[in-house]
Design a binder for this molecule. Structure first.
Ligand SMILES: [Mg+2]
Length: 155
């Protein structure tokens, strides 16, 4: 099977990037919020380089790549060019040596053909994906142990 896996809040722990930001950046984001603006953490330069893997994500990725055709499908923010390179560096740092050739950055995930998409959101085309969507981070799939079981159930 071809399995597509999202990065943020699926393989990547987005909150760990926020936690690792400097106090100056945290103060700047808090000031935005006080002004009624969104915090837009994904637009902080370099934040994606600070993020750690989700619990069990690396082991699950390795397990899936043994038996399946796995691609990483993620959206990078248009107002933060560092996110594009940081996502590539993250994949090269945390996943196997073949993973970077399997990284697809797109705002239109439904264009990518696959049997299963593991994604925490329905946005960026995930909701229109033609295969089976495992909705990561929900009650139905709260963690990677459950996600692997759901993949086996589909097989
Ligand atoms: Mg995500």
């Amino acid at each position: 099977m071809r399995i597509l896996i999202d990065l943020d809040n699926v393989l990547v722990d987005f909150q760990s990037g926020i936690d690792a930001c400097s106090d100056d950046i945290k103060a700047d984001r808090a000031a935005r919020k006080r002004r009624g603006l969104t915090e837009d953490w994904d637009e902080v330069e370099g934040i994606f380089a600070l993020m750690q893997p989700m619990p069990g994500a690396i082991e699950a990725y390795q397990e899936l790549t043994k038996r399946h055709d796995v691609f990483i499908v993620s959206t990078a923010p248009w107002e933060n060019p560092s996110a594009w390179s940081d996502k590539l560096i993250w994949v090269k740092t945390h996943l196997d040596k073949f993973a970077d050739k399997r990284l697809i950055l797109t705002h239109h995930k439904y264009l990518i053909a696959g049997d299963i998409l593991i994604d925490d959101r329905r946005k960026r085309g995930a909701g229109a994906f033609k295969g089976y969507h495992i909705h990561f981070g929900t009650d139905a799939c709260p963690d990677w142990e459950t996600a692997l079981q759901l993949v086996y159930d589909v097989m």
